[in-house]
Design a protein around this ligand. Structure first.
Ligand code: G3I
Ligand code: 9MR
Ligand code: ZN
Length: 458
């Protein structure tokens, strides 16, 4: 039995952290990725045409920019919400991890590249806000997914803005309020734009307290990101606007929303209560209600304690239960590591940090399949992700630094059903380009990984 090979270094995760963040440059839409910054994975500008607003005959809007969501070229507001939140939180908690440049076209050695990269997405997100109402369109996609081998610049179908949703509007309000804090030292005008956008979205939420959850329009078959409840997104937006402005009205809304039934610690694309809680806990304590602060902090630590207990029962020291091996289980994995590291941030209890590191080892190969779930890294990395540019280009190696979704006991694609029938949950993964339910890649599976690896980058 030969051991996997290891890097011996006093900063072993620096290169991987760099690649996990550089992945967002490779996800860019609407601009040419040149050889200087993209190496062999270069491609021409894509999806530069205006988008048609569904339900508003003939209304055409600028739609250019931002990141592709995943293995497809859709752009979805709630997915952007988690991705931006994780990256801005990583920078806020671990600024030292972002001192070197990628480089990317905007690198200037003054504004950290992680903020340049997030700005590329934020500048696109402004275009998702309906100037007339302040509401935010749920997504911008073609009507149907293009073929798997279609390169971005060859995807020439018309682009459509799907209707405004409450979850998109609230997530948008939250991340714009975050951005208006984080970018303060770098760009006053941008900061004001972000805050105005956030407040305008909040006003739409107040004018639309009861909104049916989003469903794809009948003519659209791309990703839906449906979500039955929007009170977690509203809770998050209230928290971020309160932390940014200190205005009592948002604190009052936050406290009212806290009393509703939803997970106050989840960090998933559909369950974002944890971001609202973290925002409240990171704020100046004198601005908070002591009893509420204490309840939220003890709740977060209790979640981390349960993850540690679960990990102690697992052969790979992991907190994933059998039921956690779902579509995007590596997001669940990295979200658990985020919750552990955030608890460590507040308690300095080393057991949380140690447990989070076990999750890193699993992602990079210490798992039942002996595979690294990050393209280009580890002894046996994923080679065939469900990622159109990696399938359609003539480069053997996939785009590097992409986190694959991981084992999914749901067997939710043809390929998985054919090859994984009867396998244990943690084995329900196939490194095949057709298996989108186990082997796709997305911005919000990379973003929690950037946060987690930032903890160990010196
Ligand atoms: O949470 C339940 C769990 O309780 C249950 O046991 C399990 C049974 O399989 O299902 C779990 O829910 C799953 C959910 O993801 C978890 O977030 C659903 O089955 C599963 O259908 C759902 O899949 C989503 C998928 O789109 C299909 O809607 C993924 O979360 C989501 O990441 C994925 O997003 C796609 C975009 O639509 C398009 N772009 C690519 C992107 C990634 O594949
Ligand atoms: O490529 C699509 C991927 O981004 C989505 O997550 C997935 C589920 O919505 O669908 C993929 O597209 C497939 C479609 O659903 C079925 N026909 C084959 C398409 C490419 O694999
Ligand atoms: Zn594009």
């Amino acid at each position: 039995m030969v051991s996997a090979s290891f890097i011996i270094s006093d900063n072993p995760y620096e290169e991987l952290h760099h690649a996990l963040l550089k992945a967002f440059y490779y996800y860019r839409c609407g601009m040419e990725l040149t050889g200087e910054f993209a190496g062999p994975w270069m491609h021409k500008a894509c999806h530069t045409k205006k988008g048609l607003v569904i339900g508003q005959e003939g209304r055409l809007l600028d739609s250019c920019g931002g990141w592709h969501d995943a293995g497809d070229y859709g752009k979805y507001t709630v997915a952007a919400g988690k991705a931006i939140a994780d990256l801005l939180l990583a920078y806020e908690l671990y600024p030292k991890a972002f001192e070197t440049t990628m480089p990317i076209p905007e690198s200037d050695g003054i504004t950290p590249d992680v903020l340049h990269e997030c700005r590329y997405e934020l500048e696109w997100l402004f275009k998702m806000q309906d100037i007339e109402t302040g509401g935010v369109f749920h997504k911008l996609t073609t009507l149907n997914f293009p073929g798997l081998a279609v390169m971005p610049e060859d995807d020439l179908s018309d682009l459509y803005f799907s209707p405004i949703s409450a979850t998109a509007t609230a997530s948008y309000s939250a991340i714009m309020a975050m951005a208006s804090r984080i970018y303060k030292p770098f760009d006053d005008i941008f900061v004001k734009r972000c805050l105005n956008a956030s407040v305008k979205a909040w006003k739409w939420l107040e004018e639309n307290p009861d909104v049916p959850s989003f469903n794809n329009p009948k003519e659209v078959s791309t990703g839906e990101y449906g979500d039955k409840i929007d009170c977690d997104e509203r809770y998050w937006a209230a928290a971020e606007l309160y932390r940014t402005t200190g205005e009592t009205i948002y604190h009052e809304h936050f406290q009212q929303l806290f009393n509703l039934e939803f997970d106050k610690f989840a960090l998933a694309w559909a369950d974002v209560g944890g971001y609202g809680t973290i925002s409240y806990l990171l704020q100046d304590k004198i601005q908070t209600v002591p009893s509420l602060y204490a309840t939220l902090l003890s709740g977060l630590v209790e979640v981390a304690e349960q993850l540690v207990d679960q990990s102690r029962e697992d052969g790979y020291n992991l907190s994933l239960k059998e039921t956690d091996y779902i579509w995007g289980s590596n997001m669940v994995l990295m979200n658990h590591a985020m919750q552990l590291l955030l608890s460590y941030h507040f308690t300095k209890d080393k057991k949380f940090e140690a447990c989070a590191l076990e999750h890193v080892h699993y992602l990079l190969g210490r798992n039942v399949l002996d595979i690294s779930y990050v393209t280009g890294f580890g002894d046996r990395p994923v080679m065939h992700p469900h990622h159109r540019p990696s399938v359609g280009d003539d480069v053997i190696d996939p785009v590097p630094g992409l986190v694959s979704g991981g084992p999914n006991r749901g067997l939710q694609d043809e390929c998985a059903r054919e090859l994984l029938h009867g396998k244990a949950p943690a084995q329900c993964f196939v490194d095949h380009q057709d298996s989108y339910s186990t082997n796709e890649v997305t911005i919000y599976w990379n973003s929690p990984a950037v946060f987690v690896f930032s903890h160990w980058v010196k």
